[in-house]
Design a binder for this molecule. Structure first.
Ligand code: ATP
Length: 362
């Protein structure tokens, strides 16, 4: 079910006045996809999620779920949470420790006073779906973190909501379990073809789990796109920086040629693909991700974007050497093949891929 958010604002009173947790948000959340709200702490993700659920009343705007208006300041509509047909999974698993797995998952159906045989059937089906068959009688407290999170998911799914909302549900799991649960969650949600709205400040989670990502900053939506678009195609400095490692190189436009922008910078003249026209001499910030800088001991002989550099620091992370390389007045972060015999102080050549030298704007 599609969710449409129009002009949504929410202010909180603070000692010094008021802060805009949401500032005129407009958003179209597509049906049956995983949609992630991503942004730094305090940018308003949870507030937006709570407004969709109905746990928070916005000051202004409208929220439509499917074709039903669940909130409208203008029409004075505000449906309570239990009338919005939503499921929610929180950061803390919020499963009841004094109940076993069956009782936890059955709870929403019991609250709806469903017949016993229907409850048994639906709970069994949902536990099978989250791969917890046979766990019915296990006390909730005797489960691992990942299993508890699956119980929480089963409890949200059992009522067959049209939309399911997740507030950082994996943040209490250790790194390995988080990765496994993320993959599982993507599989569950894709199979169910349910509308999922997912809040996280973890960029890897957003990239690997989502069909679409909305990046938020200071109560506003800054950019919406597929993970691929957000990672590779953004021309916003904030988004490029938030979604992954990026080197910023300050420079100025030397000239524009057919299909190219030539930038003078502290490491030399850099040629980038031309996306828009900019006046000569205007200051620019160029962004390039570490993976698009190649290293060589001998001059690779490329006509453009080859520079000399010296390795200042090296950190071995197993899959790569993470290196800081000084080139001209800039220090660039890049990744070197771990089998490459490098050491600190080595003089090397760098080659920057022109297709991935992006001009970034505020
Ligand atoms: P996090 O990732 O840390 O959970 P977030 O992006 O979810 O952050 P919100 O929790 O939505 O951010 O908060 C947005 C802003 O509103 C923050 O500045 C926060 O301090 C403020 N805020 C949130 N809830 C309240 C409240 N009940 N009273 C006052 N201010 C609040």
């Amino acid at each position: 079910m599609e969710i449409t958010i129009r002009n949504l604002s929410k202010h909180y009173r603070t000692e010094g006045g008021s802060i805009a947790a949401l500032d005129r948000i407009n958003l179209q959340i597509p049906a049956n996809k995983i949609f992630t709200l991503l942004g730094p702490s305090g940018c308003g993700k949870t507030t937006l999620l709570r407004c969709i659920v109905g746990l928070e009343i916005p000051d202004e705007g409208e929220i439509t779920i499917g074709d039903e208006v669940v909130f409208s300041s203008e029409k004075k509509i505000s449906r309570p949470p239990d009338k919005r047909d939503l499921g929610m999974v929180f950061q803390t698993y919020a499963i009841w420790p004094h109940m076993n797995v069956f009782e936890n998952v059955a709870y929403p159906l019991q609250a709806q006073k469903k017949p016993k045989d229907e409850i048994a059937r639906r709970v069994a089906k949902t536990l099978h779906f989250v791969q917890l068959d046979g766990f019915e009688n296990r006390p909730a407290t005797k489960l691992s973190g990942g299993q508890q999170q699956r119980v929480a998911l089963a409890r949200a799914l059992v009522a067959e909501p049209k939309v399911i909302l997740f507030d950082e549900p994996l943040s209490n799991l250790d790194a390995k379990l988080r990765e496994e649960t993320r993959k599982e969650l993507r599989r569950f949600l894709t199979e169910l073809a349910i509308t999922a709205v997912y809040v996280t400040h973890d960029r890897l989670e957003a990239l690997s789990l989502s069909d679409n990502v909305a990046v938020m900053k200071s109560g506003k939506i800054v950019e919406v796109g597929t993970p691929w678009e957000i990672y590779f195609e953004t021309d916003r400095r904030f988004v490029a920086d938030f979604i992954g490692r990026v080197n910023f190189i300050e420079g100025s436009i030397a000239r524009m040629e057919n299909g190219s922008v030539i930038v003078d910078s502290g490491i030399g003249t850099i040629v980038c693909d031309r996306k828009k026209n900019l006046p000569v001499n205007s200051p620019v910030t160029l962004g390039i991700r570490p993976e698009f800088i190649k290293t060589f001991y001998e001059n690779p002989g490329a006509a453009e974007n080859t520079f000399r550099g010296r390795i200042e620091t090296l950190v071995f992370t197993g899959d790569v050497w993470e290196a800081e390389v000084k080139s001209g007045t800039e220090t660039l972060v890049l990744r070197i093949d771990p089998t490459f015999p490098v050491k600190t102080g080595d003089d090397i050549f760098l080659h920057l891929d022109r297709r991935h030298c992006k001009l970034l704007f505020n």
